[in-house]
Design a binder for this molecule. Structure first.
Ligand code: HEC
Length: 168
């Protein structure tokens, strides 16, 4: 009765070997997966504000969801560029000046009266504010109409006021 015993032992041995190899493979794959995922899956990364910001930035272009019954107007800026153009109008004369007019009037390029230069502004101020407004809106010599912008007249007047105030 030694023969069947030895075949049993042989089966048991090769079965253990296969089982051992499979368990070893499973452990290797598990370790590999952990290692690959550690950059994006670990808890400190998921809670890292920089990582969260990255994710938000990556999905930002298409992460817009309109919700029925709510104000979805913020989403409109994505599809309606004219809203962006309207939002481009600076709220104050100072912002407007710093955005566009300073390019010429900050340095006095091309004969533009430099802000704060009292001698350059005195004869212009003598024309009266309305003339200044009109020249700023319609243009004058090398001064482009509205400084090259499409801002409303009121914004230009506000900006002229700001420029004049810098000379006082
Ligand atoms: C491309 C350069 C340039 C930009 C940009 C520019 N200006 Fe001028 N501006 C000039 C020049 C040059 C003059 C002088 C024109 C002249 O007297 O012949 C001038 C003159 C003026 C005057 C005096 C007009 C007068 O009656 O003497 C005002 C006011 C003025 N600019 C306002 C503005 C405002 C407001 C902005 C921005 C919205 C602006 N400018 C942007 C070049 C520029």
């Amino acid at each position: 009765m030694s023969k069947p015993e030895s075949s049993d032992t042989q089966f048991f041995n090769s079965f253990s070997l296969v089982l051992g190899i499979l368990i070893f493979l499973a452990i290797v794959l598990f370790a590999l997966a952990r290692n690959i995922g550690k950059d994006t899956q670990s808890e400190d990364v998921l809670l890292d504000p920089l990582h969260i910001k990255d994710v938000h930035q990556n999905i930002e272009p298409f992460a817009h969801e309109a919700i029925a019954g709510q104000d979805n107007s913020a989403l409109a800026t994505v599809s309606a560029p004219q809203t962006a153009a309207a939002a481009d109008v600076p709220a104050t004369g100072e912002l407007a000046f710093n955005k566009v007019c300073t390019a010429c009037h900050g340095t006095g390029v091309n004969g533009a009266p430099k802000v704060g230069d009292k001698a350059a502004w005195a004869p212009r101020l003598a024309q009266g504010k309305d003339t200044l407004y009109q020249h700023a809106i319609a243009g004058k010599g090398a001064m482009p109409p509205k400084g090259g912008t499409a801002w409303p007249d009121a914004t230009i007047r506000m900006t002229v006021d700001y420029m004049v105030s810098l000379g006082k």
